[in-house]
Design a protein around this ligand. Structure first.
Ligand SMILES: [Zn+2]
Length: 438
């Protein structure tokens, strides 16, 4: 028999009103029953639909030394996520239905959250021949992307957008002009000059965003801009929206938390692509979130081995982890300073990403999937990568004291994470259930 779980004494994420909620067989019930098998005492914690991250690198197939579907989704659950969309730049590239299905099957076997595969837009992510969008969608792909690389050819991008329209899938664009990027490894500016590191101008990103806004206009196709990081890119996206085009965009916590000066302090733990930008771009990121230009927040969780990140700056790979710090960095960097309200911040991690990719809705209402997270928005803690569930440990936030903690995560009615440190959440089986179990 499926257990009945009750969450008691929570606060509704949007209204702040007290809420009790029960679920059974993965579905929220219309009333809280008198008897339950599991009772979670929320003690005033905020109850929200589970978070969704549209941009993670789970590294499987083929790169299990960096992360696996098992460890990546465990980290996701610890971060309050009940669904992630994973990028196809693995080894091999997820560019056919067999690999899309493999990711889905593997995730159902070992995953701690729902996993929605993103398939490559071109064969081998080589930017030449389009993959079979309709078949990939049938196999479970929710979007198409050559993430990790741009689609260099405007003609290929045009055809991709036309074809994706027929498949009703968005193209997720990693925007980077490779000729402008050159051999750069961090943002162009005073810090790069001082450190003697070859640099990438912000325009390497924004010129491609401009191009693809125009191609969205030409084709009527649906473009979702990945990990936007600079003022000029936000302006291009704003412009596309003003023109009524099918364009959406995302950004990541590190772009509102840090500027490129962090590279001087944190070295390769502050090396990601796009790179941390200058202070005015950081402020523009906050503005683009606050004014609704940015549609949703993502982590771009990109784990690497410690050995890889320990190399000299220009040798080390781009990418940091993000799943286990995302919510806290949102509360610390956006909500506490008053840039956005708590409910809006949570919307940017819950309803908004579900809308962008057309994923099933989750509401705190009868009949909805029991994909939920309990949050203490005021709990302070210090980031310690040594206790991450992710295999990746590289983050510039190690040792940073942050506010906001995930107490418990429930996916499809299962408890997928219970905070081991704070201990505010108690799961108890009532006496009757304990007796029955004996
Ligand atoms: Zn990317």
């Amino acid at each position: 028999m499926s257990p009945t779980t009750v969450i008691r004494g929570a606060r509704h994420w949007r209204t702040g009103e007290p809420i009790d909620l029960a679920f059974e067989r993965g579905v929220i019930l219309d009333a809280v029953p008198a008897r339950a098998d599991v009772v979670v005492e929320a003690r005033g914690a905020v109850l929200s639909p589970g978070l969704v991250d549209l941009h993670v690198h789970l590294r499987e197939p083929g790169q299990g030394s960096r992360e696996t579907i098992e460890t990546g989704t465990r980290a996701a659950a610890a971060g309050g996520f009940t669904a992630v969309a994973c990028m196809p730049n693995t080894d091999p590239v997820v560019d056919d239905i067999a690999w899309v299905e493999w990711v889905g099957t593997r995730a159902r076997a070992v995953g701690r959250c729902r996993v929605h595969p993103i398939a490559a837009a071109t064969v081998g992510q080589r930017g030449e021949r389009l993959t079979d969008f309709l078949a990939l969608r049938q196999a479970g792909a929710v979007a198409l992307s050559d993430d990790g690389r741009p689609i260099v050819s405007a003609a290929v991008m045009r055809h991709a957008l036309e074809y994706a329209g027929h498949a009703a899938l968005p193209i997720v664009c990693h925007e980077e002009d490779l000729t402008l990027r050159g051999e750069g490894h961090m943002n162009e500016g005073a810090t790069a000059t001082r450190l003697g590191i070859r640099a990438i101008p912000a325009a390497a990103e924004s010129v491609m965003v401009r191009r693809d806004v125009e191609l969205a206009a030409l084709t009527g196709g649906r473009v979702h801009f990945a990990h936007l990081s600079c003022a000029a890119s936000f302006d291009a996206l704003r412009d596309g929206k003003r023109r009524g085009l099918e364009v959406t965009g995302e950004t990541c916590p590190h772009y509102w938390m840090l500027s490129d000066e962090a590279v001087a302090t944190f070295g390769t733990d502050a090396k990601m692509n796009p790179p941390l930008r200058c202070e005015s771009d950081r402020l523009a990121t906050i503005e683009a979130i606050a004014d609704g230009t940015i549609d949703c927040l993502v982590t771009d969780h990109a784990p690497h081995t410690a050995d890889d990140k320990r190399q000299p700056f220009e040798m080390a790979p781009f990418g940091i982890v993000g799943l286990e710090t995302a919510l806290a960095l949102t509360l610390t960097g956006l909500v506490r300073p008053g840039h956005v309200a708590l409910a809006r911040a949570l919307e940017l991690w819950t309803e908004a990403p579900r809308r962008v990719f057309g994923l099933p809705e989750v509401r705190l209402a009868a009949g909805s999937p029991a994909d939920l997270v309990l949050i203490d928005p005021d709990a302070e803690w210090t980031v310690d990568p040594a206790v991450f569930y992710s295999k990746g440990r590289s983050t510039p936030f190690a040792g940073t004291t942050v506010t906001g903690r995930v107490l418990a995560t429930f996916c499809d009615g299962e408890i997928t994470h219970l905070d081991p440190v704070v201990g505010l959440t108690r799961v108890e089986a009532p006496a009757a259930a304990v007796a029955a179990a004996r």
